[in-house]
Design a protein around this ligand. Structure first.
Ligand code: 1HN
Length: 345
């Protein structure tokens, strides 16, 4: 590939004249914005150990009352992006949030989409769009763009969850903002029982729901049972994985990030081909090993790691007699909508 002229090759006076007119020559930067073959990525394979993070999060509970935090979160920041950028990848924000018994995180709504993957504790709930969603380990709760949400806690133990948002992307688009609100009335029932059976939906065709987000809470007991059933029904399946989808349309449950759960059978190892989207892995149950580029992470329950796009990722179950369950978040819906999605063998 032809080497291009550098900025330093240009006379200083000419560069000053360009700057005075808010002009910049393209050729000194062309190769860095358009590298050959594979994009440059800031996202570094990074792992956050729950055992290391948990005491620091509990300490935040002592140091900062909920009124002074609104959302008491430690952000899982990828050092490749810079810790101040609050990015796990180009489009993914991750944070571990703590709510203590009796606390309330007030109602608001915002343009970025969020989901919560519950990590520990019982008795907390989040109310989303008038639906009071109880929180239990492994449950996935959606907070799509524009829907009101608040968190409360009637239990007696700390509750922790992983927040996954597309905040970096929406912020980059200069479209990120919040509106504060009052405590919500409960006006909507959980849909997880109505949509329990795959292939049939509850409403008659003349009044099918027009709701863009008909299901907000995906209980772990259901997702786990679906994975176990799939592993039994298709013992030779290459990958035992279920996607969290809109049960009315079968499409991704949110617009920008995609979510799924994956089961690694005892002793199983699996290589995911290199694909354009960055990915996040969170260990729900069991113990895994994740190999990304030259990095090898050993995940225990509640550990979280991320991988950049365009690299293969190898997952392994570290146990020979128990399954391992992972929650995955990635940028696939975004890449597909933008026409950027690629798989490389
Ligand atoms: C947010 O609204 C929540 O509602 C958590 O719990 C984390 C991070 C950035 C922006 C908004 C929540 C967030 C957030």
């Amino acid at each position: 590939m032809q080497e291009l002229g550098r900025l330093a090759d240009l006379p200083e006076g000419y560069r000053e004249d360009l700057t005075a007119q808010n002009l910049v020559p393209l050729w000194p930067s062309l190769r860095s914005v358009l590298p050959p073959g594979v994009p440059s990525r800031r996202t570094r394979p990074t792992c956050w150990s729950y055992a290391a993070l948990r005491p620091l999060l509990m300490r935040a509970g002592e140091l900062t009352p909920i009124e002074k935090a609104e959302r008491r979160v430690l952000v899982l920041a990828n050092p490749g992006h810079g810790l101040d950028k609050m990015q796990a990848s180009a489009s993914i924000y991750l944070g571990m949030q703590l709510l203590l018994p009796g606390e309330w995180a007030p109602s608001h709504r915002h343009t970025p989409n969020a989901v919560r993957m519950i990590v520990e504790g019982e008795g907390a709930y989040t109310t989303v769009d008038g639906e009071k969603c109880p929180m239990s380990r492994g449950d996935l709760i959606l907070t799509p763009t524009g829907l009101w949400h608040e968190h409360g806690h009637d239990g007696d133990q700390p509750v922790v969850w992983l927040d996954v948002l597309d905040l970096p992307l929406v912020y980059y688009l200069e479209a990120s903002y919040v509106t504060e609100g009052k405590a919500q009335a409960v006006t909507r029932q959980g849909a997880e029982r109505a949509y329990r059976s795959g292939g049939v939906v509850p409403s008659p065709v003349f009044s099918r729901t027009a709701q863009p987000y008909p299901m907000l809470r995906y209980p772990w007991s259901e997702a786990r049972a679906a994975l176990e059933a799939l592993a039994t029904a298709e013992p030779r399946a290459e990958v035992v994985q279920v996607a969290y989808v809109n049960p009315e349309t079968g499409a991704d449950c949110q617009n920008i990030l995609g979510f799924s759960a994956l089961m690694l059978r005892p002793g199983e190892s699996l290589t995911l081909p290199a694909r354009s989207p960055a990915m996040v892995f969170h260990q729900i149950e069991g113990e895994s090993e994740i190999l990304v580029e030259d990095q090898r992470f050993r995940l225990a329950p509640a550990d979280t790691c991320c991988a950049p796009g365009y690299v293969p990722v190898t997952l392994g179950n570290r146990s020979g007699d128990r399954p391992a369950f992972l929650f995955l978040a990635d940028e696939t819906p975004l890449h597909k909508k933008l026409g950027l999605y690629e798989t490389r063998s």
